[in-house]
Write a protein that binds this ligand. Structure first.
Ligand SMILES: Cc1ncc(COP(=O)(O)O)c(C=O)c1O
Length: 295
């Protein structure tokens, strides 16, 4: 069986932990790291294509914001961070893949209250290959989503490592034969996916996605996609939409750094549009790819 530490850079995976590049299987943090003990940390995932991180500045903007909201210091300045990211791509010798960054409040005696003199934040980076064949199949055929109740906390705008509600929703979606869970709030509105933003195209041809608030993560792909759509003169509305709106939509899709715009062809087993990836979704993908510099 293939080990997780093998998946797969040509000379073996390399991870970065607090200033050191190590073989993936030997990279460790302290047992009293606050992310392990309390979920006290944030993360970012960027796609890497042709040895270049995609939407890099926007990911670093969001990372800075997440840290600021939690009162955790940046582990290093942005230029140094970019250097480490490039080192990771080079040392893993992966042209295409996913780069994962995590920053925690650091390792310190366990206490709910963050320490007055904060320890050095922990910075972790890992990189792995992405299954491009599976992604191409999802782009080609579209995916099924299953709706699940949104049971998360009141600050979903911060990209924290506390992902239990997300993973439980994803697990339930998988059990229902779906690729992604769409989270529905108490009032019947779709917030977002468990690890993606949610979009529909209504019967007027307007692209609709939930407006930014504490209820959703401000997706980087969402942000760049909105810029690309404005440039491409696509009609967009950032507003709430219900599950019924989604079921009556012409098209639907999800966005994330791991998959750009992936068409949704069914929700809870009900076919969306004609059950095939929609033309506007495909156009939006092309507009986004051009803006993000993806060939
Ligand atoms: C809850 C949630 N919403 C949306 C997204 C999409 O964000 P991005 O486009 O920055 O990957 C993610 C990505 O991990 C996520 O976890």
């Amino acid at each position: 069986m293939k080990k997780w530490s093998d998946t797969r850079a040509p000379g073996g995976r390399i991870a970065y932990v607090n200033g050191r590049y190590l073989p993936h299987g030997q990279a460790m943090v302290h047992i009293e790291d606050r992310a392990l003990q309390l979920g006290d940390g944030i993360y970012e995932v960027t796609s890497v294509i042709g040895f270049a991180p995609i939407d890099e500045e926007a990911h670093l903007d969001r990372m800075e914001r997440s840290l600021r909201e939690l009162g955790i210091a940046m582990p290093m300045g942005r230029p140094a961070l970019k250097l480490v990211m490039r080192q990771m791509i080079a040392r893993n010798r992966l042209a295409d893949g996913l780069l994962y960054l995590q920053v925690t409040r650091g390792a310190v005696r366990r206490d709910h209250v963050p320490p007055k003199d904060p320890p050095r934040p922990t910075l972790i980076m890992t990189m792995r290959a992405q299954d491009m064949t599976a992604l191409a199949a999802r782009m080609d055929k579209g995916i099924a989503v299953s709706t699940q109740p949104d049971i998360r906390w009141g600050r979903c705008d911060i990209k924290t490592v506390q992902l239990l509600p997300n993973l439980l929703a994803k697990q339930a979606a998988k059990a229902a034969g779906a690729f992604e869970a769409w989270l529905v709030d108490r009032d019947g509105y779709v917030t977002e996916g468990a690890s993606t933003n949610a979009w529909i195209v209504d019967q007027d041809g307007t692209v609709v996605t939930r407006d930014l608030s504490n209820a959703i993560l401000p997706g980087v792909t969402r942000r760049i996609m909105l810029e690309a759509m404005a440039e491409g003169q696509v009609k967009v509305a950032e507003r709430k939409f219900t599950l019924t709106d989604a079921l009556n939509a012409r098209e639907a899709f999800i966005s994330s750094a791991t998959g750009a715009a992936v068409p949704v062809v069914s929700i809870d087993g009900k076919v969306i549009g004609n059950g095939a990836p929609g033309p506007l979704t495909q156009r939006i993908y092309a507009l986004y790819a051009a803006r993000a510099g993806i060939k």
